[in-house]
Design a protein around this ligand. Sequence first.
Ligand SMILES: [Zn+2]
Ligand SMILES: [Zn+2]
Length: 302
Amino acid sequence: MHQPGNSVYDAAVTERPPRPPRAEPREIVELKQLRTTQPELASAVDMQIALVDMQRRVQSRVPLPWLSVDHEWVRAQLAGGRPVVRFRDIPIEWTDFRLTFRQTADILRRHDALERADYDTILTVGRDERQALELVVATWYETTSGVDAADANAERLPAGAPAALDQVLLLALRPFLARSVEAMAERTDLTAWTHGNCPFCGWEPDFAAIMPTAERRLICGRCIAQWTFPSLTCPFCANDDRALITSFATRDGRYRVYACDVCRRYLKAYDGRHAPRPVLVAVDTIATLPLDAAAIQRGYLG
Ligand SMILES: [Zn+2]
Ligand SMILES: [Zn+2]
């Protein structure tokens, strides 16, 4: 508390130089620019800024896990088409996870990305006793990662849970999972990985980046890891008949869609071949929302 007459204290306070404003992360700066240049995306941009901001804060609190990597095991997993981040490798601090889970649901609800009834049900999942939420998260991860093939047949979500729980779990787990991927990435040789799903957490790609070398990297929709995949092969059904891949670009050439005429799914990409910056997933997925509409209009499925 301020003590009047305490000159030493006053001097200390007044002489402290003003704290320089902290530089905003590039993603936030670019999202704000996007809101100005494409005001029709404003509500999606605002939700993304809230999510990015929260996830950055959480991720900075999560320690980089010390994972003892068994190289033989990793090699065998990848060769067998099984990802390498086990649930126990994710450094989850449960009090923090519970908070992140609730804040994620709050952000989605506030931006109308979550129905009221679903939001209420999801909050009860988060409020359940500690072990119940742990079990929900562990089951969801184990059934969707494919790290251990034996887990694949269980139900991914608890009975009666809304499908929207998927999205809340995905976003809430991301900052923790991303730390494990960070710890694994440098020590994992992905050359043997030829699959369309993520070599770390098994999830589907949600976006892609075309590198200046023209190789295409898929970007995981759950942990944001990247891996190389043939440009004209569908990551969802492995169709590699070029005649059955439809590709179209935005007028400025910055973004591209690859759509599969076999399974009807599509993937958006940032074309980094002539771009001024590398892909920024948090920005580029929002900037390309009009492309989703274009793809869906052509009869493809997101
Ligand atoms: Zn992943
Ligand atoms: Zn396909």
